[in-house]
Structures are given as structure tokens and as C-alpha cells.
Design a protein around this ligand. Structure first.
Ligand code: SF4
Length: 218
């Protein structure tokens, strides 16, 4: 397929996120385990106040209600009413596993993110461009053909300089590399391309491949 021609990692990352997102959106397979209870149909009633007229909190009402169920309820839920607490007993029936709806929402968001990542990677190849820019290069000046006109020094002075003459000489000072990291690869390449004699030689530092000037059979 056409999009596999792109080598940008963002394309493949987008595909992985998209597949995962569709999986989540379709199945929502994030399991959620929780305790399951069966409600006892008949509630018990707890007064809102005790014998001294003090108000009873929900927690205190639940404690009273649980004793009123005589051990048949594992938990109670009390709802305050106008004259008392209405407390429902619940019997524990075991653990229950279900899927969370939020997983489906997450899946939808992931699918959108995957599509965006895929599109950006395919359309702009941002990671590939970055890698290309960070390519490590080796630079040297061929002194046998440098005519010392200083074009490279003008274009990339942080990288190229003309040698200082220690003793007076009729020969013009040749160019040399003062700092190979003094400019971006693009700027260095541009300086090399403007060199009238092709004296600036650029190679891939890792592979030794000639980048500029091209080899006669390259
Ligand atoms: S542009 Fe080329 S010829 Fe001119 S000084 Fe630089 S290396 Fe030498």
C-alpha cells in the first residue's frame, strides 16, 4: 500500500494507536471488578433522633440498621426521609466483572489520535526530517584544490576559516575547518556547494558515504 512507502515512525505509531483505539472502542475490554449485592426487599426504619432527642447521623443509622437485620445483611444503605431513616439491607453475592464504558470513550479518543498521528507522519514526515537533519557528517578541505577565495568563510564563518600566515608568503592562506558543528548541516552543505573548486568534502561520519561533491560514478 502507498502509505508504507513512508518510513516515518509516526505513521507506524499512528497505525498501532488506531488499532488499539478501535479495539477499545469496539469491545471496551478494560475489566472492572466490583462487589455485587442483592437487595433485601423489606427495609428497616431507624428514627432520626435517639431517646435524648439527639440527631442520629447516617453512619450511626447504618450501624443500628445492620443489627436490626440480625446478621442477614452484609451492608446497608440508609436514605433520610421526613420522619426516619429508611435502610435497605444488601446481601453480598460475590465479585462481579464488567467492562467500563469509559474504555469505549478512551478507544474513540485513541482512534482519533492514531488517525492524526498517521496523517501527520504520512503528510509531513516530521521524525524522518529530524533524523535527516541530525545526520552526523565529516568535513575536510582538500588543500590541493582550494584557491583560497574565502567563499566558504563568508557563508559559514563558524565552520570555515582561512589559515593565518605565520611568515609572509606569496601563497594565499588556505581554508580549514575550525568547528565542524559551527553551523547546521544544510548551511555547511550550501557552503560546500558554493565552493568553486569543490574543495570542501563532506562525508557521512558513520558510513563514510560521500555526500558532497558527488563521486564521478555516483
Ligand atoms: S570556498 Fe573552496 S576554494 Fe574557496 S576558500 Fe573555501 S574551500 Fe577554498
Amino acid at each position: 500500500m502507498a502509505f508504507f512507502r513512508s518510513k516515518d515512525p509516526l505513521v507506524y505509531l499512528g497505525i498501532i494507536i488506531l488499532i488499539l483505539g478501535l479495539g477499545f472502542a469496539t469491545y471496551g475490554f478494560v475489566p472492572v471488578t466490583s462487589a455485587a449485592y442483592q437487595r433485601i426487599p423489606t427495609p428497616v426504619y431507624v428514627p432520626l433522633t435517639d431517646s435524648q432527642g439527639n440527631f442520629i447521623s447516617v453512619g450511626q443509622a447504618q450501624e443500628k440498621a445492620i443489627t436490626m437485620f440480625n446478621g442477614t445483611a452484609n451492608s446497608v444503605v440508609c436514605i433520610v426521609a421526613s420522619s426516619d431513616y429508611t435502610c435497605y439491607g444488601e446481601i453480598y453475592t460475590g465479585m462481579m466483572t464488567s467492562t467500563d464504558n469509559s474504555a469505549k470513550l478512551l478507544g474513540g479518543a485513541m482512534s482519533a489520535l492514531g488517525l492524526a498521528s498517521f496523517y501527520l507522519g504520512y503528510r509531513y514526515e516530521p521524525l524522518t526530517i529530524k533524523k535527516r537533519e541530525l545526520r552526523s557528517i565529516r568535513i575536510r578541505v582538500d588543500e590541493d584544490i582550494c584557491i583560497a577565495n574565502g567563499v566558504c568563510v563568508e557563508l559559514a564563518p563558524s565552520v570555515f576559516q582561512l589559515k593565518k600566515q605565520v611568515v609572509p608568503s606569496l601563497l594565499a592562506p588556505l581554508a580549514y575547518v575550525v568547528d565542524p558543528y559551527g553551523a547546521s548541516n544544510d548551511e555547511i552543505l550550501q557552503a560546500a556547494q558554493m565552493c568553486p573548486t569543490g574543495a570542501i568534502i563532506i562525508e557521512d561520519a558513520e558510513t563514510g558515504e560521500r555526500i558532497h561533491p558527488p563521486l564521478p560514478n555516483g
